[in-house]
Design a binder for this molecule. Structure first.
Ligand SMILES: [Zn+2]
Length: 302
């Protein structure tokens, strides 16, 4: 099919999955220049989507603007199937990803950090991260194929992930809050499917971090994830690429996407918030983007 034929088909798909007008959907479709490839499968059941969403949330909250080589959540490649998700991790960030995901009680913080119920098991250089709350798991490996390390405890920490087959009271409470944190989360299944899709699409999501090697991501609460960047894709181009890859499929149409301005959009109600600064944040500051990237790298080498 011709390029214009593909663009028209894509515009119709975007329109059918959102409340955007056909003219807006067409404008977005014209901004998609990536190879679409085969559809990226969703996790087939709620426990798997929930686990993946929780991991995306924890990693966004931890890494913020501290990524290397454009790996927004520390992930350079995902191999998703309906039943599982394998994450290939940026080598310098890989041990930090595992450390952040595994649950531990932090007495200085006064609560749990990481994903409650997650338990690791080694498998031929990979780690299988099983969810003790349900039939869900992730597989993690390093992009350079070196083995992943299980983290040593840091000051004031108790490693809850060492307790196989047993869930602490704190983990149970934390897990309940993830599922029921009203009013921040209007629709927990929508939150879970969208954040799971984020983790399953690193090649698309990492576009935000491509120009400088890092971007900014954070959360306000358990119900959202914010991505902020400056150079590279416009907000519309970024949204268009996500929508072309079925990011809004099956969402309530009215809440699927809101293009709020040239610099901001929301997807899935208030679940995914995209912000692009109108000008480069690193051109005139005291440090260049390259110097900041070197500083970040030094932090991971400690
Ligand atoms: Zn910039």
């Amino acid at each position: 099919m011709s390029r214009s034929g593909n663009t028209n088909l894509l515009a119709k798909k975007i329109r059918s999955q959102t409340s955007l007008k056909l003219s807006t959907a067409s404008r977005l479709a014209q901004q998609v220049h990536t190879y679409l490839g085969p559809p990226i499968p969703d996790a087939e059941d709620q426990p798997q989507r929930r686990l993946e969403a929780y991991c995306a949330h924890v990693l966004a909250r931890r890494f913020q603007d501290g990524q290397l080589n454009g790996a927004l959540l520390g992930v350079v490649e995902a191999r998703p199937t309906a039943r599982q998700l394998e994450l290939v991790l940026e080598p310098a960030m890989a041990d930090s990803v595992i450390y952040e995901l595994l649950p531990r009680f932090d007495k200085h913080y006064g609560g749990i950090r990481g994903v409650p119920g997650l338990r690791p098991r080694r498998r031929q250089g990979q780690l299988v991260l099983r969810d003790s709350f349900g039939p869900a798991h992730l597989i993690a490996s390093r992009a350079d194929r070196k083995p992943l390390h299980l983290p040593a405890p840091r000051d004031g920490e108790t490693r809850l992930w060492k307790a196989r087959g047993r869930l602490s009271r704190d983990e149970k409470r934390e897990a309940r809050e993830w599922d029921t944190s009203i009013p921040h989360i209007v629709d927990a299944p929508v939150r879970d499917v969208l954040l799971s899709r984020i983790l399953r699409r690193p090649a698309l999501v990492n576009r935000a971090a491509q120009p400088h090697g890092f971007a900014n991501c954070y959360t306000h609460h358990e119900g959202d994830l914010v991505i902020e960047w400056c150079c590279g894709d416009t907000v519309e181009a970024f949204c268009a690429t996500l929508l072309a890859h079925d990011f809004a499929q099956g969402l309530p149409r009215d809440e699927a996407i809101k293009l709020l301005s040239a610099h901001m959009a929301r997807l899935g109600g208030h679940t995914l918030i995209l912000r692009r600064h109108p000008s480069c944040q690193y051109g005139k500051g005291p440090f260049s983007a390259q110097e900041i990237a070197e500083h970040i790298r030094e932090g991971y080498a400690l």
